[in-house]
Design a protein around this ligand. Structure first.
Ligand code: COA
Length: 389
């Protein structure tokens, strides 16, 4: 029987959800939540006869790169029924979203991969990291005593947290530009499950307590947003004040964590990490959407072939000046740098330098001047985000 790819109807949602539950071990009783999910902008399924063989769903948000918010379609979830796996349906239902993302102006696709091979096969590449570190809670006592008053947050404070987060996240490549539904779902709806403390208009910390097996608990920090070192120290000292009950604090953040410059000792130890992947869906629009270092000027020609998004294929000239970038179609002939669409995603996010990509075979035929220019254009610390989707 020939597979058919289309958006499922409302009546087919239960069958889609059952297949997703079999794939992810989700509780089937959450069907109502799946159906009324306001975050979803597009679901697509592969049907074989009446059977749902695979499904993908997009949530709309944006990601910060070079200080600008770049519209992005976030995949969550992608699944294929066990009896239909290994036939390309997972890839099909992922790639089929590309033209729809492009139509909506979502110039990037992003996801946390449970397997890298599938997504690499349709043009995604590693582009950022989510990592968890552990710090002895007592280490936070060594920070200078609070110079600013900290108070417990009320649910009404979520609005000012949004404002603080936006200017903080914009300076960190790979962070989500969280839509309102994100704040509603993660902070407002479950406000009572969080411990949130803030310095009004200057910063906040959000964390949870995870019970330990024997006694006490672990402090699990989701994020610290601070506009000055005094505010950061005051917020981390709040965590330190729990050290009689919580021996360990877990912190989400990059592997090379800013705490390493705040704490007197190297008390940050890696526990686990997972890398997210990005797909450049609309190459010229994506290049124009992100920001670039204001002092960098560059012009680099390259060629790319993209078999899933043919509108990206061709010979291009990347021009970067005055903090902006654009792609121009190039008519010149002769040898030129050849990039894969995967390699461009990795470069675009700042995850890898051009030198590193050339060594991995994702950029070919580049001379040293091209590699130096591309490295300067997309330079930055490893992209990361505290969020998981
Ligand atoms: C992961 C999943 C969606 C793959 O579906 P599928 O229809 O079998 O995928 P495809 O047939 O399109 O496979 C595409 C490529 O990914 C590879 N791949 C698929 N599943 C893989 C796995 N578990 N481990 C490693 N590679 C895998 C395939 O080998 C194939 O590579 P190839 O093109 O080199 O042969 C499916 O196994 C699933 O639903 N798993 C449970 C839920 C899950 O993990 N979802 C992904 C969340 S991000």
């Amino acid at each position: 029987m020939e597979p058919v790819l289309r958006a499922p109807t409302v009546d087919e949602n239960a069958a889609v959800w059952q297949m997703i539950c079999r794939s992810f071990n989700f509780p089937v009783e959450d069907l109502e939540r799946f159906q009324s999910d306001v975050e979803t902008v597009q679901g697509l399924a592969v049907f074989v006869g009446d059977e749902v063989a695979a499904y993908s769903r997009i949530k709309s948000f944006a990601m910060y790169f070079g200080g600008r918010s770049v519209p992005t379609g976030g995949y969550s979830p992608v699944g294929a029924a066990p009896e239909f796996r290994g036939r390309g349906f997972g890839s099909m239902v992922t790639a089929a979203q590309f033209p729809l993302l492009r139509e909506r102006g979502e110039v990037l696709g992003a996801l946390y991969p449970a397997t890298t091979a599938l997504y690499r096969g349709v043009g995604f590449e590693v582009a950022g990291v989510w990592a968890r570190q552990k710090v002895p809670t007592r280490s936070f006592h060594s920070l200078r005593p609070p110079a600013v008053p900290v108070r417990r947050a009320e649910v009404e404070d979520v609005e000012s947290m949004k404002v603080l987060y936006r200017s903080f996240a914009a300076r960190r490549d790979g962070h989500l530009d969280r839509p309102d539904w994100w704040w509603e779902r993660y902070y407002v709806k479950d406000f009572d499950k969080w411990h949130i403390y803030l310095v009004p208009d200057e910063g906040y910390i959000s964390y949870r307590h995870q019970p330990n097996k024997s006694w006490g608990y672990t402090v699990s920090v989701h994020e610290v947003v601070a506009t000055s070192p005094d505010v950061a120290a005051a917020l981390w000292r709040i965590v330190g004040s729990s050290s009689s009950m919580a021996r360990e604090t877990h912190v989400i953040g990059p592997v090379e964590h800013p705490l390493l410059l705040l704490l007197p000792e190297q008390d940050v130890e890696h526990i686990e990490s997972l890398r997210n992947m990005v797909r450049i869906v609309d190459l010229p629009a994506a290049i124009e959407a992100r920001g670039y270092p204001s002092g960098v000027t560059a012009a680099v020609e390259f060629e790319v072939e993209d078999r899933h998004c043919d509108w990206n294929s061709g010979r291009w000239r990347l021009v970067v000046e005055d903090g902006g970038g654009r792609l121009e179609k190039s008519a010149s002939a002769g040898p030129v740098l050849r990039a894969t669409i995967n390699g461009l995603a990795c470069l675009y996010s700042g995850y890898a330098t051009a030198w590193w990509l050339a060594e991995a075979g994702l950029l070919q035929g580049a001379d040293a001047a091209d590699l130096a220019a591309l490295t300067a254009v997309f330079a930055g610390p490893t992209p990361w985000m505290p969020d998981f989707f």
